[in-house]
Design a protein around this ligand. Structure first.
Ligand code: MGD
Ligand code: MGD
Ligand code: SF4
Length: 760
């Protein structure tokens, strides 16, 4: 792959399109430009990185991957962003881990290369001992929204059905848990009703807490193209930072971080006040609920109207800093457009009231009827490439079971026990440890052994000084591909995993689209597909082999596909053969001849809505078959700025790095773009603090302090500073608190109070 970042930026047709809009950030390649002539076959797959889920074609020559291009038949229509276009060198990076390694004499001893047999037995023995001495809850699995669906489904079955513990969680807890909580509490079941096709039909975009241009670049390009083709389309961006995303906005609302709840309730108030609501839709499709004295109580439309009436534009202005007239204006645009599409991501989810914020976005769609129509939808953008398909849908979290079931429900447990052919009563009725509780209990000695797969918690957990002791104390088994991952420092066993297109499996992205990554090349060195590692390990650790009657990942897929039959997640029609032929299919897809579903919950579109149902929209996911409009009051963030710590620190992504940069850091072109972390600070604040570009700046929070070079820019409003979290030499997560949303248990990575000063 010879494409340079510079050439890519220069040649990209989309970059040109975007620059016409004044947007320089994302850069995209048209299909087939990069070395396609070198390949003698092309293998279909999905990009390894973000939840956009772009289809790729991997060019192979003499058994080696040599090139990559966008799949013209997938939703991305042949486009890729720079990270995706530079995936090939990641496979062949010098930093790849190619042999199993163990620490024979505890954490202080070095990792030594051993045979697979020795590594597997070493790991399994510690799990056997932990379980026999302390019971099944002494072991845990910590997984990833980047793992293949077959891996997550299998691990969930091994731990919950085999070991008999619900200690199964993963990084989607840090990411999408609040979106899951939002969809589930409002609609009864997880996952959105809309798809990317809505982008081409929306006449108003309400983008809140999403830096789409850097985090979902190919989708951003689609939004920008919609705006370019139809200039009347309105784009509202709600983000306290002036990101590239906000540069295509008609209205960009900057505001006090963590105050969105007030804005969203205030918009609802204006919608009722000005009679912009859709009464008939609400009357037929919705119920109203609130919480009183800790109990959920039924409410009425009138009670809801009275509740939001307290959020006058003036009150919203006082809480958020958004001018009152702008609150009125965005409410009108949202309600009066012919089709409003909301898009959100971590600015909403990573919040101590993340589920509530999700509920309030859904409320706006329900009260205006902007739902279930082309272009009108609340579409949560998922972050990781397989958080939806692999973890949310397979129920691989501590409180869930596959296909929308929950561990707390006896009937759901029994259904899974029967399907897995294990005795009734095997699956525990209590949820396991969610992420931060898991690492806390590792530190306390309650969880003795953990299997970590495809995630790097030593870098990405919040309040790291509090949670790394868990990794020091527990026996840590880790699957990894790259030596650069910090968690390896704590691992007792490292299983070298086959990477991405070295094995096959399914990814499921934001829009309920499942697509197959086909095996393009043999695994490097002594690496193995993780489904094989999991099965070999589990059998040695004492799990009944009958639970794993598979010869390959396709067998696991077939079991999972069969399990989905009859559920609200029905994708039984997606055979492996179909996924090989087609570039992704969106569920529900109950039969092999079903084309997949664009508009979920809509009669005539969604095969799970009876064709003779009296209403066009039917929310069949919840027991009462209605959507819930929630009364959720404004609550401030957990740790707002105060007199002692007067700035707000927020964290997030940059376009060229993926999370902890273990992969993007292998590509010199990407690394050069962002070699290390920095702190963005507004010029007015910089002037007051006598800080110039590049000066060493101390961020001091209640947990720790750290020095970053200053990037003086108006991206941040005064009073706000931003740090990316990709740099393992500047672990900004040490500065963060670990407050979590009380429903979703997702940490509030977006807001903490900090002091800011120039290093003496
Ligand atoms: P972030 O940078 O985390 O990205 O995608 P995004 O959520 O779009 O933060 C989004 C925005 O939230 C920021 O611009 C921030 O200013 C804003 N924000 C902060 N506080 C608030 C607030 O109080 N209210 C509102 N409304 N906004 C606020 C994340 C997504 O990206 C995820 S989850 C993953 S897992 C993927 N990771 C990833 C990556 O690591 N690198 C790249 N390049 N792309 C990625 N895509 C995915
Ligand atoms: P990654 O770098 O994606 O970060 O956090 P992590 O999941 O911890 O870790 C993936 C790991 O898997 C890497 O070590 C990589 O080398 C390894 N890997 C890559 N490919 C493979 C493979 O094929 N097999 C195996 N076995 N391993 C592989 C992400 C997490 O970070 C997320 S999702 C969110 S949304 C949070 N966001 C966030 C934030 O916004 N701000 C701050 N400050 N912290 C955050 N932490 C969270
Ligand atoms: Fe990959 Fe996301 Fe870029 Fe698409 S937008 S190429 S999925 S990183």
């Amino acid at each position: 792959m010879t494409l340079s970042r510079r050439a890519f930026l220069k040649g990209s047709a989309a970059a040109i399109a975007l620059s016409a809009l004044g947007v320089g950030g994302p850069c995209l390649a048209a299909a087939g430009k990069d070395g396609g002539d070198k390949a003698d076959k092309w293998v279909k797959g999905v990009c390894r990185y973000c939840g956009t889920g772009c289809g790729v074609m991997i060019g192979v020559r003499d058994g080696k991957a040599v090139s990559i291009k966008g799949d013209p038949n997938n939703h991305n229509q042949g486009l890729l962003c720079l990270k995706g276009a530079m995936l090939i060198p990641v496979i062949y990076a010098k930093d790849r881990i190619l042999e199993p390694r163990i620490r024979k004499n505890g954490k202080q001893s070095p990792l030594e290369v051993v045979s697979w047999d020795e590594a597997l037995e070493f790991a399994a023995k510690r799990f056997r001992t932990a379980i026999s001495e302390n019971g099944p809850n002494a072991v845990a699995y910590y997984g990833s929204g980047q793992a293949l669906t077959e891996e997550s489904y299998l691990a969930n079955k091994i731990w919950k059905g085999g070991f008999g513990t619900n200690n199964v969680d993963g990084n989607p807890r840090l990411c999408m848990a609040s979106a899951v909580g939002g969809y589930t509490t409002t609609f009864g079941k997880d996952e959105p009703m809309g798809t990317y096709n809505d982008i081409d039909n929306a006449t108003c975009f309400f983008i809140i807490g999403s830096n789409t241009s850097e985090a979902h670049p190919v989708l951003f390009r689609r939004i920008a193209r919609r705006k370019q083709n139809s200039p009347d389309v309105k784009i509202i961006v709600v983000d306290p930072r002036r990101t590239n995303t906000s540069r295509i906005a008609d209205i960009h609302l900057t505001f006090k971080p963590g105050t969105d709840l007030a804005l969203l309730n205030g918009m609802a108030h204006i919608i009722f006040k000005e009679e912009l609501d859709d009464y008939r839709f609400m009357d037929k499709q919705c119920v109203f609920k609130g919480v009183k004295d800790g109990n959920i109580v039924d409410c009425t439309l009138d009670a809801y109207k009275a509740f939001v009436a307290e959020y006058t534009p003036e009150k919203v202005e006082a809480l958020t800093g958004i001018p009152a007239d702008m609150v009125v204006k965005v409410a009108r645009i949202f309600a009066e457009s012919s089709a409003t599409l909301s898009l959100w991501c971590m600015g909403i989810n990573q919040r101590s009231k993340g589920v509530w914020a999700n509920n309030l976005i859904h409320n706006l769609h329900l009260i205006t009827g902007h739902i279930g129509k082309p272009g009108a939808s609340p579409l949560s953008l998922t972050g990781q490439p397989n958080a939806c398909g692999g973890v949310r849908d397979t129920g691989s979290l501590a409180h869930l079971l596959p296909a929308g079931r929950v561990v707390a429900n006896e009937q759901h447990r029994n259904e899974m026990e029967d399907f897995w052919k294990i005795p009734r009563g095997t699956i525990q009725p209590q949820m396991g440890y969610h992420t931060v509780a898991l690492f806390e209990n590792m530190a306390k000695g309650n969880v003795k052994a953990v299997f970590i797969h495809c995630t790097n918690p030593a870098h990405t957990l919040p309040n790291l000084n509090k949670y790394t002791p868990g990794l020091e104390k527990a026996f840590v088994v880790q699957t990894e591909c790259f030596n650069d991952a910090l968690t390896i420092q704590y691992a007792d066993v490292v299983f070298p995993a086959a990477f991405w297109c070295e094995t096959d499996g399914v990814y499921g992205c934001t829009e309920r689209r499942y697509a197959l990554i086909e095996k393009a090349v043999e695994p490097m060195g002594n690496t193995r597909p993780v489904v094989n590692i999991l099965m070999d390990f589990a059998k040695l650790a004492g799990v009944d082999p009958k639970l794993m009657p598979y010869t390959n990942a396709a067998d696991i897929w077939d079991e999972w596909r069969t399990l989905s039959k009859g559920s609200a997640y029905n994708f039984y029609g997606m055979t492996r053969e179909r996924l090989q032929k087609e570039s992704g299919i969106k569920w529900p897809c109950p039969t092999e001849d079903h084309p997949g579903t664009d508009l979920r919950y809509v009669r005539g579109e969604d095969p799970l809505v009876p064709s003779d149902h009296p209403d066009k929209v039917f929310f069949y996911g919840s027991p009462n078959q209605k959507a819930t409009i929630w009364l959720r009051p404004y609550q401030p963030p957990f740790e707002p700025a105060d007199a002692d710590y007067p700035f707000v620190l927020t964290t997030g992504r940059v376009i060229d790095h993926w999370h902890t940069a273990t992969m993007t850091g292998q590509v010199p072109e990407l690394k050069k773009a962002y070699p290390s972390a920095f702190v963005e600070i507004n010029p007015k604040d910089a002037e007051k603090l006598n800080i110039k570009n590049g000066d060493p700046v101390v961020l001091e929070t209640r947990r720790d302090k750290m020095v970053f070079p200053a990037s003086v820019t108006d991206t941040c409003m005064p009073g706000l500073v931003f740090c990316p979290f990709f740099d393992k030499n500047k672990l900004v997560n040490k500065l963060f608190h670990d407050a979590v949303d009380d429903i979703s248990k997702e940490p509030e990575y977006k807001i903490c109070a900090t002091k800011v000063y120039k290093q003496a």
